[in-house]
Design a protein around this ligand. Structure first.
Ligand SMILES: CC(C)(COP(=O)(O)OP(=O)(O)OC[C@H]1O[C@@H](n2cnc3c(N)ncnc32)[C@H](O)[C@@H]1OP(=O)(O)O)[C@@H](O)C(=O)NCCC(=O)NCCS
Length: 163
């Protein structure tokens, strides 16, 4: 892959991020239950989010992080997207890994929740949430509701409705 740089999200990335998300998810993007979480009380955390820039400075990937509440403060990851031309070279996993590391270093919340494929996120330590422990504000496959503890006991009080 050409030289790719990962940086924290800045306002100047907004148009590029929107273009990547539109290409990755299409018009159905705003119907996703994760969007219901993000439009509730979630606060964007741009310093913990990661943007992938190609050699020309164009946005080719994004992993956003939000601060949410679910019984206790936690982070909510997503959307995660990589431009089709840059896929299957490890960039998606690297974006998620670097955002996770930034959350861990920030130390403000005990864990991260994400809606996604367990197979994809398992290498980072994410696991399916225990049955009945967490709820999204809309329909979701419980097998895709994943979380990761950032410090010992960090998820002990995380429960209920996310958002
Ligand atoms: C998911 C996505 C971000 C992965 O980006 P990427 O740069 O190709 O990821 P990586 O190269 O790090 O990892 C590729 C692996 O992820 C797997 N993968 C890709 N999309 C997947 C999905 N939706 N579910 C499960 N696994 C997926 C690939 O099969 C590949 O697995 P392999 O290494 O065993 O062959 C990218 O495919 C994308 O933008 N998809 C559309 C948006 C989306 O579905 N986002 C995920 C929401 S959680």
């Amino acid at each position: 892959m050409q030289q790719v740089k990962l940086v924290a999200e800045l306002p100047e990335h907004a148009d590029g991020v929107e273009a990547v998300l539109a290409r990755a998810f299409g018009p159905g993007r705003f119907a996703k239950t994760s969007e219901r979480v993000r439009e509730r009380r979630a606060m964007p955390a741009p310093r913990l989010s990661r943007i992938a820039l190609d050699g020309d400075g164009q946005v080719i990937g994004v992993c956003r992080i939000w601060r949410v509440e679910a019984g206790a403060p936690c982070y909510f990851m997503g959307p995660l997207a990589v431009d089709p031309a840059a896929r299957n070279q490890g960039l998606g996993l690297t974006l998620a890994r670097e955002s996770t590391a930034a959350c861990r270093a920030a130390g403000e919340a005990g864990g991260i929740v994400v809606v996604g494929a367990e197979k994809f996120f398992a290498p980072l330590g994410f696991a399916v949430t225990p049955k009945g422990r967490l709820f999204l504000p809309g329909p979701a496959n419980p097998a895709r509701l994943l979380w990761l503890e950032l410090r010992p006991g960090g998820l002990d009080k995380v429960q209920g409705l996310i958002g």
